[in-house]
Design a protein around this ligand. Structure first.
Ligand SMILES: Cc1cc2nc3c(=O)[nH]c(=O)nc-3n(C[C@H](O)[C@H](O)[C@H](O)COP(=O)(O)OP(=O)(O)OC[C@H]3O[C@@H](n4cnc5c(N)ncnc54)[C@H](O)[C@@H]3O)c2cc1C
Length: 490
C-alpha cells in the first residue's frame, strides 16, 4: 500500500467561481493502491498494456511546478454533471478506480448555471433522445428515493422538488398543439393533462395566458438544484477515495493524450501538472470545450475527428428571497421548444438584435428554488466562449417574464439590484440536437460524452449508465445508435 497525500479541494459552489487560496483546501491523507481490485464488475480480468506502471507514483501536488504520475482504471476529463455522474456510475456499479480531471472546478461550466428542471413536458416521444431522457428521469427518481432511504431529505441534499411542470401557450394554435402533446405524452405512459386557462389560473394564479391559452401539465415532473446535486454526488464519490478508487485533479487542464509506441492505443492523459495513465478508458466529458479539446488531442494523430459541439451561452436571472408571489410549479413557454431547436442561423420568434452577427433568443422559463428564489430564464446565443453578463439580455428575460406574469411589470428590475444574481453558462450544443455518446472509431478506449445542450442535467444519469455499460461490456438499456460518433464526428 502506498501512502498518498491528495489535496482534495472543496469547490465554491456558485458559477462565479473564486479560486480559493491553495492552503485553504483541507489536506486528506489516505492509504491506497489506486487500483482497487484487478477484476472488472463483470468478472473479466483487466489486461494491462506493457507500458503501464504497476504502482502509481505517489503525490498529486497542488504545486504547479511538480509533476507526478498516477494510474487509474478510468480517467474522466470534465467535472460537470456529465463527468461526475459517470464517475459515480463506475464507483457504485463496478470496482474500477476513477480519476476526474478538470481545468477548473465542478460547476464552473454549464452545470453551475443550470435551472434544474428534469422535465418531460417539452420532450417528444419517439424522438432520438426520448429513451435516454426517460431512462434518466427514472434514474433520477430512484436516486432521490435512495437519498430518502438513507434517512436524508432529498429537498435539502439535492434541492429535489416534485413540483410538476407546465408548458404554457397563449394562442388558440398553441393550445391545439398542447392538446396533441398531452395525448402523445399520455400514450407514452406519462401522467399528462391539458389545462384550460381557467384551470391553469387555479394552479398558478399570477400566470396570465389569455382566454385562448392553456397548458400541458405533467404532475410528476421534478426539479433539483444543480449545485446542491453536484455537491452531493461529489461528496459520495469522495467516500471511495479512502478505498483508493477515486481522486480529483482540479485546476489542472488536460493537455495531451498518451499513446503507446507499440499499439498506438491511448494509455492515458497528460495534464498541466500530472500524467494520468488509464487501464480501461479515457472519457471526454468536457462540455462545450470537448470539440476543441479533441481537436488538440488528436491533432498529430492519424484519427480524423471533428466533434462539432459549440458553446451556446445562456443567462438566468435569480431574484433572491422573492416575496411578491409564489410559484408552485415549474413553467416554460411553448416557444421554448422552437427556441431549443433553433439552428445556428435561424432567428427565433423572440429574437433580439444585440450586436451585429448575434441573434440571441429568449423564452420564458420560471422556477422557484428551495431557498424561495425566483429563477427566470432563459436566453440562447452563440458568442464564443465569453461568459460576460449582457444587460440587454437580462432586460429581455425580464420583459418576456412580464408578458406571462403581469405583476412583474409593476416591479422594475432595478428594484432588485441587491437581490439579483445572474447565472451564465455555455451549453454544449450539437447542430443535430442530440448528444454524442460513444467510442472514437479506431480507439475504443476513448469515449466522448457531450452535446447535451439544455438537457444535460436531465440526461446525466442515463448518459452515465450508458458510458459505464460501454466500458464494462454490459448490455445497455438505451440503444446507443442515435448517439454514436460515426457520420456525425467522423
Ligand atoms: C442557463 C442554463 C440553464 C440550464 N438549465 C437546465 C435545466 O434546467 N435542465 C437541464 O437538464 N439542463 C439545463 N441546462 C443544461 C445543462 O446545464 C448542461 O447540459 C450540462 O450542465 C452540461 O454538462 P457537462 O458536464 O457536459 O458540461 P459542463 O458543466 O460545462 O462541464 C464541462 C467541464 O469540462 C471542463 N473542461 C473543459 N476543458 C477541459 C480540459 N482541457 N481539461 C480538463 N477539464 C476541462 C470544464 O472546466 C467543465 O467543468 C442549462 C444550461 C444553462 C446554460
Amino acid at each position: 500500500m502506498a501512502s498518498v497525500t491528495l489535496h482534495i479541494q472543496s469547490p465554491p459552489l456558485n458559477n462565479d467561481v473564486v479560486s480559493l487560496p491553495r492552503n485553504h483546501f483541507p489536506i486528506v491523507t489516505f492509504k491506497t493502491t489506486f487500483f482497487g481490485s484487478s477484476l472488472t464488475a463483470n468478472g473479466k480480468p483487466l489486461s494491462l498494456p506493457k507500458t503501464f506502471r504497476t504502482q502509481p507514483v505517489i503525490t498529486s501536488s497542488s504545486s504547479s511546478s511538480s509533476s507526478s504520475t498516477h494510474t487509474f482504471d478510468v480517467v474522466i476529463i470534465g467535472a460537470g454533471i456529465i463527468g461526475l455522474t459517470i464517475a459515480r456510475q463506475f464507483l457504485i456499479g463496478s470496482d474500477l478506480s476513477v480519476a476526474v480531471v478538470d481545468k477548473d472546478v465542478p460547476c464552473s461550466g454549464a452545470t453551475g448555471a443550470g435551472q434544474g428542471y428534469l422535465w418531460m413536458v417539452h420532450k417528444e416521444p419517439e424522438s432520438d433522445t426520448w429513451d435516454l431522457t426517460m431512462r434518466s428521469y427514472k434514474l433520477w427518481q430512484m436516486f432521490a428515493e435512495k437519498v430518502r432511504a438513507q434517512g436524508l431529505d432529498p429537498l435539502q441534499e439535492l434541492g429535489w422538488k416534485r413540483t410538476g411542470s407546465l408548458l404554457v401557450g397563449k394562442t388558440a394554435k398553441e393550445a391545439a398543439t398542447l392538446k396533441k402533446k398531452v395525448k402523445r405524452l399520455s400514450e407514452a405512459g406519462l401522467r399528462a393533462e391539458y389545462l384550460t386557462s381557467d384551470a391553469l389560473r387555479l394552479k398558478e394564479p399570477e400566470l396570465e395566458v389569455g382566454k385562448d391559452g392553456g397548458a400541458a401539465f405533467l404532475p410528476d415532473d421534478c426539479q433539483l438544484d444543480a449545485q446542491r446535486a453536484v455537491a452531493f454526488i461529489q461528496k459520495a464519490n469522495r467516500h471511495f477515495s479512502t478505498k483508493g478508487r477515486y481522486a480529483e485533479f482540479f485546476h489542472d487542464p488536460v493537455t495531451g493524450l498518451l499513446r503507446s509506441d507499440s499499439s498506438n492505443e491511448v494509455e492515458g492523459v497528460r495534464t498541466f501538472k500530472n500524467t494520468l495513465y488509464c487501464k480501461k478508458a479515457v472519457i471526454v466529458a468536457a462540455g462545450c470545450w470537448s470539440g476543441s479539446l479533441v481537436h488538440d488531442l488528436f491533432r498529430e494523430s492519424d484519427i480524423l475527428l471533428n466533434v462539432p459541439v459549440k458553446p451556446r451561452k445562456g443567462h438566468l436571472v435569480v431574484l433572491e428571497n422573492f416575496s411578491s408571489f409564489r410559484l408552485d410549479h415549474g413553467l416554460m413557454e411553448m416557444g421554448y421548444v422552437d427556441h431549443l431547436h433553433d439552428a445556428l442561423d435561424r432567428k427565433s420568434s423572440h429574437s433580439v438584435k444585440v450586436e451585429e452577427g448575434q441573434t440571441p433568443s429568449v423564452s420564458m422559463t420560471a422556477t422557484m428554488d428551495t431557498m424561495g428564489n425566483l429563477v427566470l430564464g432563459s436566453s440562447r446565443q452563440f458568442t464564443g466562449y465569453s461568459t460576460k453578463v449582457d444587460e440587454s439580455i437580462i432586460n429581455h428575460i425580464w420583459k418576456r417574464a412580464g408578458e406571462f406574469f403581469p405583476k412583474l411589470k409593476e416591479l422594475p428590475l432595478e428594484d432588485f439590484t441587491l437581490d439579483r444574481k445572474v447565472r451564465i453558462g455555455l451549453r454544449p450544443y450539437m447542430p443535430d440536437g442530440k448528444p454524442v455518446i460513444g467510442p472514437v472509431p479506431g480507439l475504443m478506449n476513448v469515449i466522448i460524452a457531450t452535446g447535451h445542450e439544455g438537457g444535460g442535467l436531465s440526461m446525466a444519469l442515463g448518459t452515465a449508465e450508458m458510458v459505464a455499460d460501454m466500458v464494462l461490456g454490459n448490455l445497455g438499456i438505451v440503444d446507443l445508435a442515435a448517439f454514436a460518433l460515426q457520420g456525425r464526428c467522423c
